[in-house]
Design a binder for this molecule. Structure first.
Ligand code: 5RP
Length: 212
């Protein structure tokens, strides 16, 4: 199986369990990373590392999410990896989301208030202005906590966080319009990409949401 490996803190649990099964059951799995973090995760768990260069068609990708609505529209990019995550997911026949129950919502904005957008550094300020002029809300350049200056993505770009207003329903159109802005590399909006989401509860319970 060719499997995309997502980024974030939740995917770590899935990869740990996967590595256990590969060891015990001798599963043959090639893992395609969605970030530098995912690549390290694959390597440190002694899983087989692959790339889109050699395997551009994946059976499945597993990833976390910052919020999942009832249509399985996702907000991703809390860790700034949405571009590679979306590329890998787009090459996979199936996208499976693993998240804790706080990420589950009926409509976007109930849990997570912002859409991360990866941008070419030169364009960050015009993009901050265009997004808020077109759609409202506020937007800011993501700044480092330990590093002075902006966060730089794995691709050498900046991340703009758009704190969107309430009431937006047509996320497909919003996504397309933001993507058309010169300098935008990728948004953290995943529309019609995920087929299934698993949510773990604090009591060990599991709930599942399927794309309609
Ligand atoms: O999109 C992502 C990184 O860009 C993550 O998958 C998302 O932020 C969820 O992370 P976590 O599992 O730590 O809550």
């Amino acid at each position: 199986m060719i499997l995309g490996i997502g980024s974030g803190s939740t995917i770590v649990y899935a990869v740990t369990r996967l590595a256990e099964r590969v060891r015990k059951e001798g599963l043959k799995i090639v893992c395609i990373p969605t970030s530098f973090q995912a690549q390290q995760l694959i390597v440190t768990n002694n899983l087989t590392l692959g790339s889109l260069d050699t395997t551009p068609e994946l059976d499945c990708a597993i990833d976390g999410a910052d919020e999942v609505d009832d249509k399985l529209t996702l907000i991703k990019g809390g860790g700034g990896c949405q571009t590679q995550e979306k590329i890998v997911a787009s090459c996979a026949r199936k996208l499976v989301i693993v998240a804790d129950s706080t990420k589950n919502s009926t409509s976007l904005g109930q849990q997570y208030k912002k859409i991360p957008v990866e941008v070419i550094p030169l364009a960050y300020n015009p993009i901050l202005q265009r997004i808020t002029q077109k759609f409202g809300g506020t937007a800011e350049l993501r700044m480092g906590k330990m590093k002075a200056g902006p966060i730089v993505s794995d691709n050498g770009n900046f991340i703009v966080d758009w704190f969107f207003p309430t009431g937006i329903e047509d996320w497909k159109t919003v996504n397309e319009r933001i993507k058309m802005m010169p300098g935008v590399v990728e948004t953290g909006l995943f529309v019609d990409m995920a087929q299934i989401a698993y949510f773990g509860g604090p009591d060990g319970s599991l709930s599942v949401k399927l794309a309609s």
